[in-house]
Design a protein around this ligand. Structure first.
Ligand code: GLV
Ligand code: MN
Ligand code: MN
Length: 400
């Protein structure tokens, strides 16, 4: 049985790491994320697990067994000024599910590993799903050289955490894994509207992440007549609106520009350079959406006499999760009294990497309110307990 009191106490303890009230800013590959890994690793070491970190700073806690492993977990990092539940609840419930099986002395045949993936959000270096991408051998070459705003590279951040190897060395053989399970808050309103505490994920959207650099010409804001300007911010603004227009015109797509920086950044200087992020997603194939947005960027740049270059950060295809594991999770939800609906995830998840590498993969969603990537996100301890119990039941079915 899941211990709701322990789950809640640990959730509170974890949320204090880089937290202020309901707000959490625990960025990937930071000392705060490491501190969270140490806390979680400590709980599982105390239960007899063998705990290790890999070259990409992922944390694994292993309970031995025979044959291929059941891997279960989520991530411990957050976006800046995010909430307590995105990622963290999946790790907490994985720990609780496995501990409940240990407490009940359930004889599991297969090895079980709890995982806390490093830097899922990519908030600091721009590379989302970092740890799971490394573990499944999908990191693009040169990723470790990407730098944050202070000029610190991923490789340097990893060294500061005590990891000196190439993060690509984190690769493990997907054939060692019998299944990957991840519990996550829904981050949207569908379960709340349906009055249901749990859902099962059928598919995860395709995601494209990039940075666009627009280069115009910095000049005097008073002396430069309007017809003689190459204003990088004005051009970028048109591009931002094009992202919104293109995504709005497609029923299954979303497009967001969530970061923008202007140089030199003074009220009396025509902006010479503007760098902004692109986050484009579609439930099915997102190639057309990406192509239309990049075409618009090129057209606007040429019409305005500025240069635009696009730095691709990540492209993750839309991912269908495993039908057999979906059935296991549906049954597990049923076993706690929930007729869980199938949902498509509009958020990206580490589960995409094992799924794309051929590991039978499934996800449980827990009802959440208040949206997500904000301190308003919330899941009740009652719903989290049901989710953890369903997860424990699914692990038991797969591991015995
Ligand atoms: C992960 O939170 C994402 O950006 O979908
Ligand atoms: Mn997130
Ligand atoms: Mn997440």
């Amino acid at each position: 049985m899941i211990d709701p009191g322990r789950l809640e106490r640990r959730s509170t303890e974890l949320s204090r790491i880089a937290g202020r009230g309901p707000s959490v800013s625990r960025l990937g590959l930071s000392a705060d994320e490491q501190h969270a890994r140490e806390l979680v690793g400590g709980w599982l070491t105390a239960r007899g697990a063998t705990v290790r970190r890999d070259a990409a700073a992922n944390l694994f806690a292993r309970f031995p067994g025979e044959g291929a492993t059941i891997l279960v977990g989520s991530h411990l990092d957050s976006v800046p000024e995010g909430g307590r539940f995105d990622g963290a609840l999946g790790v907490l419930c994985a720990v609780e599910a496995v501990e409940s099986l240990v407490d009940a002395k359930v004889k599991l045949r297969r090895p079980i590993e709890v995982v806390a993936w490093a830097d899922e959000e990519g908030a600091r270096f721009g590379v989302g799903l970092f740890g799971s991408t490394a573990a499944f051998g999908r990191l693009a070459p040169g990723v470790a050289d990407r730098r944050d705003r202070d000029g610190i590279s991923i490789a340097e951040a990893l060294r500061a955490l005590g990891e000196h190897a190439d993060p690509a060395d984190a690769r493990r053989d997907p054939k060692e894994l019998a299944a990957y399970l991840e519990l996550h808050i829904e981050q949207g309103p569908r379960l709340e509207r349906a009055g249901l505490p749990l859902g099962v994920v059928s598919d995860i959207v395709g995601i494209y992440h990039a940075r666009v650099a627009v280069r115009g010409r910095a000049d005097h804001a008073g002396a430069t007549v309007m017809t003689a300007r190459a204003d990088a911010l004005a051009a970028a603004s048109e591009m931002v609106l094009a992202v919104e227009r293109i995504a709005r015109n497609r029923s299954d797509s979303v497009g967001t520009v969530g970061e923008i920086a202007v140089r030199p950044g003074a009220k009396n200087v025509v902006p010479g350079e503007c760098i902004f992020s692109l986050d484009l997603r579609a439930a099915r194939d997102h190639d057309d959406l990406v192509r239309d947005v990049l075409d618009a960027v090129t057209d606007i740049a040429s019409a305005r006499g500025v240069e635009a270059s696009v730095d691709d950060l990540a492209r993750v295809p839309a991912t269908a999760l495993d039908p057999t594991i979906r059935d296991v999770l549906k049954r597990a939800a049923k076993s706690v009294g929930v007729d869980a609906p199938m949902l498509v995830s509009g958020a990206g998840h580490d589960a995409q990497n094992p799924a794309l590498s051929g590991v039978p993969t499934g996800m449980i969603f827990v009802r959440s309110t208040g949206g997500s990537h904000t301190p308003r996100e919330f899941a009740s301890i009652y719903d989290a307990t049901l989710g953890a119990q369903a997860l424990a039941n699914a692990i038991k079915e797969l591991a015995t």
